[in-house]
Design a binder for this molecule. Structure first.
Ligand code: ADP
Length: 482
């Protein structure tokens, strides 16, 4: 445990159930930059998950019956505790996940923003009064917390994917059992420690680490759990949807993407390069809204490629906690193999390298920032999320062609385009088949906007006022005899 934290008690090696830290640390958590062990966490399975669900169920009546303002005050303290612990949380996050420390700090700020936002939104879960078709009746609609909820989160945003679910759930009056990714459980446990200190009552927020299949099996089959919120791969999302069908659970799914990024000939090319850099290489290309396919209109292709390759060559690859590093390692060996496979497939089918293309000389799971040109629709990079630092560039001639190519995907999470023509901006924004569109920007995520996908990228929205609806049930009261 070599992390030098200001508050070493934030580094937890036990699970958090019912306000108690339990379990034997068994599974190592390693630093992807070095392979070194940071700590270990329990390898819990179905039995402990059931215990966590029962605890969350017992805590529910009291938490639900508090006023929204009371819950809000406690969540506000959690928000402030996260902000105050930014440096320690960022260090834990960067060490277990690999992203540069500056990106880790930004993620903590982003993560905290969901707690603050939903602490406020919890006070605004308004109902309705609907004009009645009957003279003797009045129609009233109220919103109530759905009950015990479960969250299953990925490793690419070890803090934000948790607060984006726990914030609205707790603000709405629900309790939660969280299963974080086993690559990055330490950030989740540190957040739980801060939740406890902030006065979140025992049992309201619980964290279980261990065997994904067993924990997921219990969370999806236990009838007490009324809602599952998942962020991860489409493959696991489909499985959870199937498993949850037996008990008809409400489900939110944030799944894979395959984001197109279109650069039209009227774009500000320097701005487009800047947006592509942010959206492609952030987190080493390991975000679900990362650009996967870059479509550039032929007349501006050479300029765009030259400028992007130059900018990407300026990235500094290294250990995320080292000063000046702007691109960390990939999460594990499997991630590197997938990136290698995508590059090899593209080269075999006629693509060319404008930059990079192989494992970095640093070894381990480091990969060179890469730019591929002359990509085509038959390549893996066109169909699958590469989830690595590879910018795949495709040429196009007409607006209709760009839209057809961009929409030729089973996914529909984020899309981006650069244009200064107002008519084109509206046409393309409306025609892109995705849940979120970045227009002249590569950065779209924040707590006030509804994040989510269409097609096989997901169900439901997180953030904005929509985010809390996912944790509320609508109840209609028909009040007759007036
Ligand atoms: P990734 O490819 O990003 O790791 P996954 O979908 O595999 O995405 O992982 C996202 C989350 O889903 C992680 O917390 C992981 O442990 C969990 N997970 C993976 N398989 C299952 C499963 N069978 N049941 C429940 N959760 C699972």
């Amino acid at each position: 445990m070599g992390l030098s934290l200001r508050d070493p008690s934030l580094l937890k090696d036990q699970c958090f159930i019912g306000g108690t830290w339990i379990g034997v640390p068994e599974v190592d958590v390693t630093d992807p930059a070095s392979g070194e062990k940071i700590a270990a966490v329990p390898n819990f399975a179905a039995r402990e998950t059931r215990q966590a669900i029962e605890t969350a169920d017992r805590a529910l009546p009291e938490w639900r019956s508090r006023t929204a303002a009371q819950r809000s005050a406690i969540l506000r303290r959690w928000f402030e505790a996260i902000v105050d612990a930014t440096e320690d949380l960022a260090l834990i996050l960067s060490s277990e996940q690999g992203k540069p420390i500056a990106e880790a700090r930004s993620e903590i700020t982003y993560a905290a923003s969901f707690i603050e936002w939903f602490a406020e939104e919890g006070k605004r879960t308004y109902g309705e009064v609907i004009p009645s078709p009957r003279a003797d009746a009045r129609i009233v609609v109220i919103q109530q917390p759905i009950g015990v909820t479960a969250a299953i989160t990925p490793w690419n945003f070890p803090a934000a994917m948790i607060t984006r679910k726990a914030g609205p759930a707790l603000a709405a009056g629900c309790t939660m059992v969280l299963k974080p990714a086993m690559q990055t459980p330490l950030t989740a446990l540190a957040l739980a420690a801060l939740a406890q200190r902030s006065g979140i009552p025992d049992g309201v927020f619980n964290v279980v680490t261990g065997r994904a299949r067993d924990i997921g099996g219990e969370l999806t089959s236990n009838p007490t759990v009324r809602k599952i919120s998942f962020t991860g791969s489409t493959e696991v999302g489909r499985l959870l949807l199937q498993q949850g069908a037996a008990t008809v659970k409400k489900m939110s799914m944030e799944l894979g993407g395959n984001a197109p990024f279109i650069v039209f000939d009227d774009a500000d090319i320097d701005a487009a390069v800047e947006g592509a850099m942010l959206s492609k290489y952030r987190n080493s290309g390991q975000t679900c809204v990362c650009v996967n396919r870059i479509y550039v209109q032929r007349s501006v292709l050479d300029e765009f490629v030259a400028k992007l390759a130059k900018a990407a060559a300026g990235l500094r690859v290294g250990r995320g906690t080292d000063a000046g590093v702007t691109q960390g390692p990939l999460i594990d060996a499997a991630a590197v193999s997938k990136v290698e496979e995508h590059v090899a497939d593209a080269l075999a089918k006629g693509a060319k390298l404008a930059l990079g293309g192989k494992r970095h000389t640093l070894g381990g799971t480091f990969f060179e920032p890469t730019v591929l040109v002359d990509c085509s629709a038959d390549m893996l990079v066109a169909h699958e999320e590469t989830f690595g630092p590879v910018a795949s560039i495709f040429a196009f001639d007409e607006e209709e062609e760009a839209l057809r190519l961009a929409n030729a995907s089973e996914f529909g999470l984020a899309g981006y385009f650069y244009s200064r023509d107002i008519g084109r901006v509206w046409r393309v924004a409306e025609a892109l088949e995705c849940g979120m569109v970045g227009i002249n920007t590569g950065l779209i995520s924040n707590e006030v906007s509804p994040f989510g996908g269409i097609k096989q990228s997901g169900i439901g929205r997180e953030g904005a006022s929509h985010g809390i609806s996912e944790y509320l049930e609508v109840k209609y009261l028909c009040m007759a005899g007036v």
